[in-house]
Ligand binder design. Sequence first.
Ligand SMILES: Nc1nc2c(c(=O)[nH]1)N[C@H]1C(S)=C(S)[C@@H](COP(=O)(O)O)O[C@H]1N2
Ligand SMILES: [Mo]
Length: 378
Amino acid sequence: MHLDHRTADTATAVSVPEVAPSPIVKPLPPDLFVVHDGNAEMRWESMRGQGYHTPLDRFFVRNHTATPLIDARTWRLRLHGSGLRSPRGLTYEDLLALPATTVDVAIECAGNGRAFFDVQQGEPAPGIPWRLGGIGVARWRGVPLAALLDLAGVSDDAVDVMPRGLDDRYVEDGIDHGHVRRPLPIAKALSDVLVAYEMNGRPLPPDHGFPARLVVPGWNGVAWIKWLGDIEVSATPLSSPWNTYFYRLFGPGHPAEGSPVTTQTIKSAFELPWGATVRAGRQHILHGRSWSGNGHIVRVEVSVDGGGTWIPAETRGPRLARAWAPWHVAWVPARPGPHVLMARATDETGAVQPARARYNTLGYLFDGVVEHPVTVIR
Ligand SMILES: Nc1nc2c(c(=O)[nH]1)N[C@H]1C(S)=C(S)[C@@H](COP(=O)(O)O)O[C@H]1N2
Ligand SMILES: [Mo]
């Protein structure tokens, strides 16, 4: 393997990525997605009958600007900063030639579930009004970040690691926040983070970060920088708008300066259309999945009477920590009319989904029990 020893300056001369004609490259058929401007939410009914992983054709997309089309032949990943003794650049071939690891983990946007702060709690928050489809589980393959930093001579005094994307600079309300980037503490960076180039056995699709993205198990989606261009390793603390302002919890019960969102929270979803129609007097098997950033799911209960009584659901298949636990429960609806279905999960730390989520001004980490409307017909 020939590692590229070009310095930071010459390595920035890589060609500027092309921008695709639409913000998201892959097709977004309405039976698989709800589109929110340049972002696409998976419809949960599209997971019905699927295996453990989310197929790529229905995997949610969250872009601050638009998917860039990057040429792997000219692409370089630049490792630089005061915390490295031998900064270097890697080509796509270099990356593929290094020993790789595979993990099955979920990526979830911190704003997943935000719509329910408004519709269930009367506490609207700005941002993409995701219901529960801002999550997916994939099999990711890539090189441990620890191995790359080792090659670049990470020093003992390194404290923060800042990956940065090659997509356009993010401009909001006339403020240019620069390229999407967010620091990770060195301890997390050296533990289980991957520089991934494969998703479900395929090269990363353009919308999910081709040629390489970060995989940060258990941490919220924004830490998983797509279209990696460079990674700065610093001996002094780093910050970006994505950890000082965006993706911070502000509001009652939170510190005045806010606290950064790192791990994800606990949630459950039914693999049913929103407002599904079901027939009375016959048995239905309700399927769903629950997940938590804290660890694996130990219990799921379902209510078909708006929270009056709870029935234990049966989990099937794996229920990996940092991915999800598929489950099902039988239901024979007796009475026609509108019904509310609820699912409530408990994880290995004992965390249970509350009836009401704790509000924060930017609407992150909704963990409340979601009221899923269905109509029972004769
Ligand atoms: N470079 C870059 N990386 C990014 C983003 C982005 O806009 N640009 N969005 C982040 C956010 S907020 C999320 S939730 C995830 C979404 O990953 P996906 O589109 O592959 O599902 O990517 C993260 N990485
Ligand atoms: Mo996100």
